[in-house]
Design a protein around this ligand. Structure first.
Ligand SMILES: C[S@@+](CC[C@H](N)C(=O)[O-])C[C@H]1O[C@@H](n2cnc3c(N)ncnc32)[C@H](O)[C@@H]1O
Ligand SMILES: *[C@@H]1O[C@H](CO)[C@@H](O)[C@H](O)[C@H]1NC(C)=O
Ligand SMILES: *[C@@H]1O[C@H](CO)[C@@H](O)[C@H](O)[C@H]1NC(C)=O
Length: 437
């Protein structure tokens, strides 16, 4: 038999390629094979399972001479794992021999590997500069893949984009994030590097469908689990005030769960898509109100009026009010608007509602829990008991996203509280010009 040399199953001779030439990936490789009669295949495959030649669009077990008396199977093995009969473990050889498979059934065969057979990571490994960071950690939003390419990869961006479109069937647009993030709306400018220039995406999250223009609004697929965690706190009949709602990943599923929802975002595009998403998810219009205003006004008007109406109302029903504030770079600065929000102290005795705030923040430093707690206390400007702090995700090497949950008590909203000894800070702890979020 032709000796099988352990070859890495990578494309060769393509390093440095900048214009994708799919033909160049063609290569012949000698791989080990086992010849097995049709009826024995099921006995042999458990042993070969770990050694199979795994390539894209390639069947490791193939039928030779089908419909003839000599019909049998060829099992292709990975030359990096097996190069000779003795590479099987003793116990494995024993089982094979019991099935009548011996060294004479072990052979090698030359096969042709093409561009189709490589996964994108093998292609990038073979093409991009050696010993440097490769393309990693990209995310996909509907049909768009977005990358944040390092400088040394910019020359390869066109190839990278085309390979991703070839290899990831659900992707038809690849964009690279530019270093400009819109601080207000949290969207970022992006450059199209391959595929069609179409930024309108459809994604599914927490059983709802969302559609939006990814170049104009905020969306982060890494938050779906966090959205789900908050949704689990919401019970039918509860009320949600979503101060920075985006296109609705808290608000729409909350309304589907029969909560009464007040959803607000300052970005007119988010507002438009929010309403679109409410409609396409058939949200009960009686349960859903949307607003396009500054978070401050939403708190000081919409939220306040709602609480006043509650206090004036006769029936005190059992439900909770939830307030989500997901604008981590700035949300804590809006907390001060809750303090002393209601001036009319006569309402106080009628206030029996539990209001729970979920405010997000970015923190840096060694103790993210403590830092998050301090950030919230300093910004609301009064003592709060029973803060619950949750670590949401790591944003960049030293930056964490945290969620602080606390009860917005009667004493806070009626301003009957002990001021903090110290003045609210002048310094900005918020990290704003950051593209990693
Ligand atoms: C980080 S996104 C969160 C969106 C959504 N809640 C989510 O979880 O995906 C923050 C949102 O706040 C909006 N925003 C920024 N400043 C605002 C303000 N002053 N008032 C209201 N919304 C604001 C942005 O347009 C953006 O949609
Ligand atoms: C963010 O979206 C707005 C529209 O919502 C758009 O005008 C703006 O150019 C976008 N920002 C960036 C940095 O692309
Ligand atoms: C908020 O208040 C409710 C009822 O008053 C209480 O059961 C709950 O433990 C409080 N939560 C926190 C975080 O203090």
């Amino acid at each position: 038999m032709t000796p099988v040399l352990p070859v890495a199953l990578l494309p060769i001779g393509v390093r440095g390629m900048k214009v994708l030439n799919r033909q160049k990936f063609l290569r012949n490789v000698v791989v080990p094979i086992l010849k097995v009669s049709d009826e024995k295949v099921s006995k042999v495959t458990p042993i070969c399972k770990n050694y199979l030649l795994k390539l894209d669009s390639f069947k490791p077990v193939q039928t030779l001479k089908p419909n003839s008396e000599n019909s049998h199977k060829i099992i292709h093995l990975n030359p990096e794992k097996i190069s000779q009969w003795m590479d099987f473990q003793d116990s494995e050889r024993e089982i094979l021999q019991k099935c009548g498979i011996t060294e004479k059934d072990f052979d090698s065969k030359e096969i042709q590997i093409t561009y189709e057979n490589f996964k994108y990571d093998a292609i990038f490994k073979a093409v991009l500069p050696e010993n440097e960071d490769t393309v990693s950690g990209f995310s996909q939003i509907g049909h768009i893949i977005h990358l944040n390419l390092r400088d040394h990869l910019l020359d390869y961006k066109q190839l990278i984009g085309e390979v991703l479109i070839d290899k990831i069937k659900t992707c038809s647009t690849v964009v690279n994030k530019n270093n400009i993030i819109d601080n207000t709306y949290r969207n970022f400018s992006m450059e199209i590097i391959a595929g069609e220039e179409n930024y309108i995406v459809s994604v599914k999250e927490n059983n709802c469908n969302f559609r939006f223009d990814f170049s104009k609004v905020y969306w982060n697929p890494r938050l779906s689990k966090e959205h789900e965690r908050i949704l689990e706190y919401l019970k039918p009949g509860d009320v949600l005030f979503d101060v920075f709602c985006g296109v609705g990943p808290f608000s729409i599923p909350a309304a589907k769960r029969k909560c009464k929802v007040f959803a607000n975002d300052l970005n007119p595009d988010s507002f438009t898509w929010l309403k679109f998403n409410a409609k396409q998810n058939k949200v009960d219009t009686k349960l859903f109100k949307s607003y396009n205003m500054d978070g401050k006004d939403f708190i000081c008007k919409t939220f306040k009026d709602f609480v006043i109406e509650l206090c004036k109302g006769e029936v005190q029903k059992e439900f909770k009010i939830h307030v989500t504030m997901n604008l981590p770079a700035m949300a804590v600065e809006f907390l001060k608007h809750f303090k002393g929000l209601l001036e009319d102290k006569s309402l106080m005795e009628k206030f029996h509602y539990e209001i729970i705030v979920y405010v997000y923040c970015f923190v840096i430093g060694d103790d993210p829990y403590k830092n998050a707690e301090e950030l919230v206390k300093e910004n609301i400007g009064c003592q709060i008991d029973n803060l619950h702090i949750f670590y949401v995700r790591n944003v960049s090497p030293k930056k964490e996203m945290m969620r602080v949950k606390f009860n917005l008590t009667k004493s806070i909203i009626f301003g009957e509280i002990q001021e903090l000894e110290c003045e609210p800070p002048q310094k900005k702890i918020c990290i704003e010009k950051d593209i990693t979020d």
